[in-house]
Design a protein around this ligand. Structure first.
Ligand code: DX5
Ligand code: ZN
Length: 216
């Protein structure tokens, strides 16, 4: 089952509750929350309080993407605040295996993300321990950037590895996804599609999400 994950902090921050209602009406599968620390990426968003606030408003599972340096320091706070999926960056955690195990112990679903410049082969050893691989299709830090097309090869390659190893690991893709390019990304083998401006910069989220589903 392919899933659509609107990146909520690309919505209207003054009306987050209304934005959540609208994507609930569109039956979004997950809510993607981008956490940025101003060190791992050149932008700052919010901490776990935002996760807790969103959790109190919705039953849609929360897909929390930590773009922070040494995420292991804050795993517990994010899980306790309501993260269902917690994704850390390969580039941000030296003891990645320990970090992932900690997420699992706390009963959230562990994911590992890689930047556009990181080869997917680097995930080879961690793959058996995680539920989700997040392939970044823009350099993390900002919404509204163009999709990097060479990401499609990384998705295809990852799909083959997962199939060969007979794993259930999901492939999530994040950055520059719009109704117009979502079919290419689906055909490459992605399972979860994160979209920020591709949804929240359109007039009708329901129509946009429906169109995305059709194209997938
Ligand atoms: C990028 C974030 C993305 C971003 C996606 O650093 O991780 O989740 O919000 O936004 P769009 O879809 O506009 O590229
Ligand atoms: Zn993200």
């Amino acid at each position: 089952m392919k899933k659509i994950a609107p990146s909520i902090l690309s919505g209207n921050l003054l009306n987050l509750a209304d934005e959540i209602k609208l994507i609930e009406e569109a039956e979004a599968d997950l809510i993607h929350i981008d956490i940025m620390d101003g060190i791992f990426v050149p932008n700052i968003t919010a901490g776990w309080d935002i996760v807790e606030a969103i959790k109190s408003l919705t039953d849609i599972p929360l897909d929390v993407h930590l773009m922070i340096d040494r995420p292991e320091r804050y795993i517990e706070q994010f899980v306790k605040s309501g993260a269902d999926i917690l994704t850390v960056h390969f580039e941000g955690s030296v003891h990645l295996h320990r970090t992932v195990e900690k997420i699992r112990e706390l009963e959230a679903s562990p994911g590992v993300a890689i930047n556009p410049g990181t080869p997917i082969d680097f995930l080879s050893e961690i793959l058996n321990y995680i539920d989700l691989v997040l392939i970044m299709s823009v350099n993390p830090g900002f919404s509204g950037q163009d999709f990097i097309y060479s990401s499609l090869f990384k998705i295809e390659k990852m799909r083959k590895i997962i199939r060969r190893r007979e794993l259930e690991t999901l492939i999530e893709v994040d950055g520059g996804i719009k109704a117009l390019n979502i079919a290419d990304i689906a055909n490459s083998g992605a399972d979860i599609f994160v979209s920020g401006s591709g949804i929240f910069k359109t007039d009708n989220y329901l129509e946009t999400i429906n169109e995305m589903r059709e194209r997938i």
